[in-house]
Design a protein around this ligand. Sequence first.
Ligand SMILES: [Zn+2]
Ligand SMILES: [Zn+2]
Length: 313
Amino acid sequence: MKIVFLGTSAAVPTKERNTTSIYIVTTNGAYLFDAGEGLQKQLQIARLNPIKIKAVFISHMHFDHVLGLPGLLMTMALMNRKEPLTIVGTRKLFQFLKMLNEKFYMDLTFGVEFVEAHQGSVYENKEIKVVAFPTIHSTESYAYRIYEYKLKRKFYPEKALKLGIPRGPLWNKLQLGNSIILNGRKITPEMVSDPPPPPVSVSISGDTAYFDELIDFFKESDVLIYESTFSKELENKANEMLHSTSEQAALAALKSGVKLLVLYHFSERYKNTKLLEEEAKKIFPNTVAAKDFMCIKIEDNDISTIDNIEKCE
Ligand SMILES: [Zn+2]
Ligand SMILES: [Zn+2]
């Protein structure tokens, strides 16, 4: 799995940061979490193809998370997209999309399946599952957690050879969990392989005040991407505006036992996010402050942070 940050600013874009958007690449597709204004330009700079996006998940109806969506839909239509697109979000998002369709000549070339966000599973295909959890914010808002299933079982070639199974497509079938018949004998995947490793999971907070129930939802994620609108000095302001501080983000990471914390959604007042990163690191050392076009790669048990998408192959 690869996570690309296309926007890491709260409320307004800055010279260095676009408003919120995260693009996640899996083995067979791509998924977009929030769609801040200016998203299309960011996709182009990052050389990411919008057609590959299978589903879009919008946390809530604040401008900095949703204004990039209309343009993206139109571009997909201009590219003659045929594959249906799933959009997950609140009822207000559905009304917004309906209004756009009525007021503009959208003429989409593909079907849109709208799923109203709710607590629990909101999207699932063979490869991934996404679950949602309501957060505490000034409008209905959701955190999302994406799981990417590992489809291939751990395969033991020596066991297969011992059973006389020739190298080739039969190995592949068994590795994907199917039984085969060889010379009238049934061979099950268990005879030559172990179950696939557990799914990789990434949690994204969206906008939220800090609260304990959210911790359970993030429990043991490989990566937690958590909003850090303010530094700890402005904790009162964060509580009042139903946002979080870098310290609260670190507390969420510590209590939920994640492997890596990524801070994002910074107030424009922080030209440099070093301070926020340092505050968080005092509580949860494995923390990094996101930058636009930063990329995180999760391979097997290895999580690496790469500063620039160009080096993230
Ligand atoms: Zn926001
Ligand atoms: Zn918001």
